[in-house]
Design a binder for this molecule. Structure first.
Ligand code: ZN
Length: 423
C-alpha cells in the first residue's frame, strides 16, 4: 500500500465514523439495473449512497425502517404535459406520492418555450383545451430562461423536450402550410440554441396543427439539429387509428434518415378496428431495431386518451390560431362544410367524452359523450361539436375511450418500453 493509499484509507475510516444523514434498513432493494432485488440496508451521506450491507444500529441522523417495503430509485415519468402544472404547483404531490422523481416534458410537440410574447399568447390560447387558461411567471423567452423557473423550485427533476409547435409558432405562427427554406433555417437555429440551453431533445406531434403541415425536409432538418445536440426525438404519431401503421413507418423513417434516436409516444392501437394489433406494431419496432434504428416506446396504462376537442376538426379547419379557427366556425359556408365532414367521419362518437370546459352553463355536459349531447339536442354530431367549440371559445377537453386492455398490457411488456402518465 502506498503512503497515498494509507492516507486515503485513514480518511475513509474517519469518514465512516460520521453518522449517515439517512439510514434505510431492511428494505427489499430493486436498483433498476435489472438484477433480482435483495434485502439490504442503505447509508446516505451528502445526498449520495455511501454504504450498502448490514448497517442497522450505525449512527444516523434519520432512520427509515423499510422492512416489508420495496426501496427503489425514483421513477421517471417519461411522457408528461407538466409545462404549466409544475410551475403552478412545484411540489407536484401526485407524482411524489407515486415515487416519481423525474418528469419528462413537453411532449407531443405542445409547449411554451422558446417563445416570444406574441407566440406565447397564441400557444396559450390555442392549446387551452389541454393546459387550461393560466397565469404564471412565464412571459416568454429562451428555453434556459424557462428552465430557470423550475430550478431549485420543483420537488421533482425535470427533463425538457423542445416542442415543435413552439418553435414553429415563433417563426411562422400557427399557419397551416409548409415552411420556406429560410423559415426552416430559422427553426434549426432555435433548436440548436434550445439544445444548448439544456433541452434533452425535440417533441413533435404530427397529428396536431400546425405540425401536421411540416414537410419531411423540415422535420429532418430539425432532427439533425437535435442529433448534433446529442438528443432524441419523441413523436406523437400522425395517426393512431386507421393510418397507424403508415404513421409508425413515417416516424421510423424520420429517425433513420436523420440518424437520431426516436421515442414513439403513447404507442397504442386506437379504435375497434385496430384492436389486437399491438403484436404487429411491436414486430415492426423489432425489425427497425434490427436495421439499427434506436427506437423505444412509451405508453400510458389506460384504455383512454385525452386531448382538446378542436383537434377532431377536419384538418383544413384547424389551421391558424384560435381566432382563425373560431372565425371559420362562425362563417356560415365554412361551418356547413365542417359539420358535413364531421358527420361522415368514421369515429365512434359515443366514446368521446367531454372532460372539461369553461362556461358555467355547460358544466352539465362534462362526463357526457358527444353522441349523447347531439342526441339530447336533436342535432347532428358535427353541429353539436361546432356549437360547443363556439360556446366555449375552443376551451373544451375530451377523453376518448379507444383502447383495448389486451393491447395496452402487451405494449407495457415490451422490453424497450417506459411508462408515462401523459399527465
Ligand atoms: Zn400525445
Amino acid at each position: 500500500m502506498t503512503t497515498l493509499g494509507r492516507e486515503r484509507a485513514r480518511g475513509d475510516v474517519l469518514e465512516d465514523a460520521r453518522p449517515f444523514d439517512l439510514l434505510i434498513t431492511g428494505g427489499h432493494v430493486l436498483d433498476g439495473a435489472g438484477q433480482p432485488g435483495q434485502v439490504t440496508d442503505i447509508g446516505i451521506r451528502d445526498g449520495r449512497i455511501v454504504a450498502l450491507g448490514v448497517l442497522k444500529g450505525k449512527p444516523a441522523r434519520e432512520c427509515i425502517e423499510a422492512e416489508g417495503l420495496i426501496v427503489a430509485p425514483g421513477f421517471i415519468d417519461i411522457h408528461a404535459h407538466s409545462d404549466v402544472s409544475l410551475l403552478l404547483n412545484p411540489v407536484d404531490e401526485p407524482r411524489l406520492w407515486q415515487g416519481v422523481t423525474t418528469v419528462v416534458f413537453s411532449n407531443c410537440g405542445l409547449g411554451f418555450a422558446p417563445a416570444t410574447e406574441r407566440s406565447l399568447a397564441m400557444l396559450k390560447r390555442t392549446y387551452a383545451g389541454v393546459f387550461g387558461y393560466w397565469e404564471s411567471p412565464w412571459r416568454g423567452g429562451s428555453v434556459r430562461q424557462y428552465l430557470d423557473l423550475f430550478a431549485d423550485r420543483t420537488a421533482v427533476n425535470v427533463a425538457y423536450l423542445i416542442p415543435h409547435a413552439a418553435v414553429r409558432a415563433m417563426v411562422l405562427g400557427l399557419e397551416g402550410r409548409a415552411a420556406t427554406e429560410r423559415e426552416v433555417a430559422q427553426m434549426v437555429d432555435l433548436v440548436h440554441q434550445a439544445m444548448e440551453d439544456g433541452a434533452f431533445g425535440l417533441s413533435v406531434g404530427l397529428a396536431y396543427a400546425p405540425m401536421r403541415w411540416a414537410t419531411r425536409d423540415e422535420l429532418c432538418a430539425l432532427l439533425r439539429a437535435v442529433r448534433e445536440g446529442g438528443g432524441f426525438f419523441a413523436i406523437h404519431l400522425r395517426d393512431y387509428f386507421g393510418g397507424l401503421f403508415d404513421a409508425l413507418a413515417e416516424a421510423l423513417a424520420l429517425a433513420e434518415e436523420a440518424d437520431v434516436p426516436v421515442q414513439i409516444s403513447h404507442l397504442q392501437a386506437a379504435g375497434r378496428k385496430n384492436w389486437g394489433k399491438a403484436e404487429a406494431l411491436l414486430e415492426m419496432l423489432d425489425r427497425a431495431r434490427e436495421r439499427g434504428v434506436d427506437v423505444t416506446v412509451d405508453s400510458y396504462p389506460y384504455m383512454a386518451g385525452s386531448t382538446f376537442l378542436h383537434a377532431l376538426l377536419p384538418e383544413w379547419a384547424q389551421a391558424g390560431d384560435a381566432e382563425a379557427i373560431l372565425a371559420r366556425l362562425r362563417d356560415p359556408t365554412m361551418r356547413r362544410r365542417v359539420v358535413a365532414e364531421l358527420n361522415v367521419a368514421s369515429r365512434d362518437w359515443g366514446s368521446v367524452i367531454i372532460s372539461g370546459l369553461s362556461s358555467v352553463k355547460n358544466q352539465s355536459l362534462v362526463g357526457r359523450s358527444l353522441q349523447e349531447i347531439a342526441e339530447a339536442g336533436t342535432v347532428s354530431i358535427g353541429e353539436a361539436l361546432v356549437r360547443l367549440l363556439l360556446e366555449e371559445d375552443l376551451h373544451v377537453s375530451i377523453v376518448s375511450h379507444h383502447g383495448d386492455e389486451a393491447d395496452v398490457c402487451r405494449i407495457l411488456q415490451y422490453p424497450f418500453h417506459m411508462i408515462g402518465s401523459d399527465g
